[in-house]
Design a binder for this molecule. Structure first.
Ligand SMILES: C[S@@+](CC[C@H](N)C(=O)[O-])C[C@H]1O[C@@H](n2cnc3c(N)ncnc32)[C@H](O)[C@@H]1O
Length: 426
């Protein structure tokens, strides 16, 4: 049965982001029957008395020190990182937590420098709040002026040994994504063309090894980066295998064509691209916090079956689709083994979660799914309205990992705002 009507009374409030209900919350562990379509049995008066206020979230967790995600050896720097404008403090905090106090400094809007790059035990740079980063090899301003070199020439001199040693290379000439720096985009384009012309003229064998940025994905090459900011021209390089991504300037804009119910679909598409895997046709996805249905729509477009769990209303055309069942209830009450409206008797392939709810409680819920083995793959968008976001992210990762989820990774993706995306698998 699919729900089309209004959400049941007392539950719509829960659906409002940023409006956690007051009073005694109903614990995630408490029994409570979620119903596909939200009308399996009529509500009795004693239900109303017993019912949790709005969403049945568990009580707040006691504060404990942040769990440190497991780490690999740091990569020596200096490294320069770009971030979302306004997230410089979060990135500097994150680098400080990983590398020690004083390891990072904010260089300017959307730019942070650090003495090293933190990594995951399995390799690869591990940062949530950076969009792209590179080993900086020339400090801007004074040196170039003293050497009386034009910016392209200066970049060529700095990059020459790295280009000569690389099996192939690509150029990323970009500006930080800020109101101040965006107008510099033509300037950095001109410096990039100057660099390419110099390489062609003075090192033709190196010029022949140049490839497109996206083509580095499966190659052992390097990206050379020119970052023109109001603070100057920053020059450097990064091995393709160490790069946080290969979108120019770390801006991985995603377009999702079609009649989607919300722009949130772009976040999920970007998350799948970053994760490197997405749902295949026929796979079963549970979408927690699904309304009005942007994520569910995208999952359906990919041919998946979807259990959409949300006390709020889904866009009606979605609930009319045979491949979607709306469980109009709190995700804290839904138990897949018991409530799966498709009655598969199987764990879900995917657990997707975009609930607007307190992140520690959402992380505990995701951990519970992990402990039960109720899903194989996880993509979650965690809302972070608080100030010290990096410390919170470390705690959230620890909680999710304790639930048995492996290779827990987090990134503030291009389409994320005051939130981060978390992926993991079992
Ligand atoms: C950002 S919106 C989700 C947008 C959705 N992913 C989309 O693509 O359209 C957050 C949703 O979380 C839901 N939500 C809040 N608390 C919830 C809970 N306890 N259980 C399930 N959903 C909840 C809200 O009702 C709201 O629809």
């Amino acid at each position: 049965m699919r729900a089309r009507g209004k959400p049941r009374r007392g539950r719509t409030e829960a659906a409002s982001p940023g409006r956690p209900s007051r009073g005694r919350g109903r614990s995630a562990a408490e029994p409570g029957r979620a119903t596909a379509g939200g009308h399996a049995r009529a509500e009795r008066p004693e239900d109303r008395r017993r019912r949790a206020p709005a969403v049945g979230a568990p009580a707040r967790e006691p504060r404990r020190p942040p769990a440190r995600p497991a780490a690999g050896p740091p990569l020596a720097g200096p490294w320069l990182w770009t971030t979302r404008q306004g997230a410089e403090g979060d990135l500097a905090e994150e680098l400080g937590l990983a590398l020690g106090p004083g390891a990072a400094e904010v260089v300017g809007p959307a730019l942070v420098r650090s003495r090293a790059a933190p990594t995951r035990p399995s390799g690869g740079v591990d940062l949530t709040f950076a969009r792209c980063g590179f080993r900086e090899i020339g400090l801007p301003g004074g040196a170039a002026v003293r050497a009386r070199l034009a910016p392209g020439e200066r970049a060529f001199e700095l990059l020459r040994p790295h280009l000569a040693a690389a099996p192939c290379w690509a150029l990323d000439a970009f500006v930080p994504d800020t109101d101040l720096d965006n107008p510099l985009v033509e300037g950095v384009g001109a410096i990039g063309r100057e660099l390419v012309a110099l390489v062609a003229a003075r090192a033709p064998e190196v010029a022949r090894r140049r490839v497109e940025l996206a083509a580095l994905r499966h190659r052992e090459g390097i990206v050379v980066l020119l970052c023109l900011a109001t603070s100057g021209l920053h020059v450097g390089w990064v091995a393709a295998a160490e790069a946080l991504g290969l979108a120019p300037g770390g801006r991985s804009r995603v377009r999702v064509p079609g009649d989607k119910p919300s722009r949130a679909a772009r976040k999920l598409e970007e998350a799948f691209a970053w994760f490197g895997v997405g749902p295949a046709p026929g796979e079963l996805c549970v979408d927690l916090g699904a309304a009005p249905g942007g994520w569910s729509w995208l999952l359906l477009e990919r041919g998946a079956r979807v259990v959409a769990v949300d006390p709020a209303r889904m866009r009606p055309d979605l609930t009319a689709r045979r491949a979607l069942r709306h469980v109009q209830d709190s995700a804290f009450r839904y138990e897949h083994e018991r409530d799966d409206p498709f009655a598969t008797g199987e764990p879900a392939d995917w657990l997707c979660c975009d609930m607007a709810w307190r992140p520690l409680e959402v992380a505990a819920l995701l951990a519970k799914w992990g402990r039960r083995g109720a899903a194989r793959l996880l993509v979650a968008n965690l809302k972070l309205p608080m100030k010290r976001k990096a410390e919170m992210v470390a705690r959230l990762r620890g909680i999710v990992a304790e639930g048995g989820w492996r290779e827990v990774r987090t990134r503030q993706l291009y389409h994320d705002r005051e939130e981060v995306t978390l992926v993991a698998h079992r």
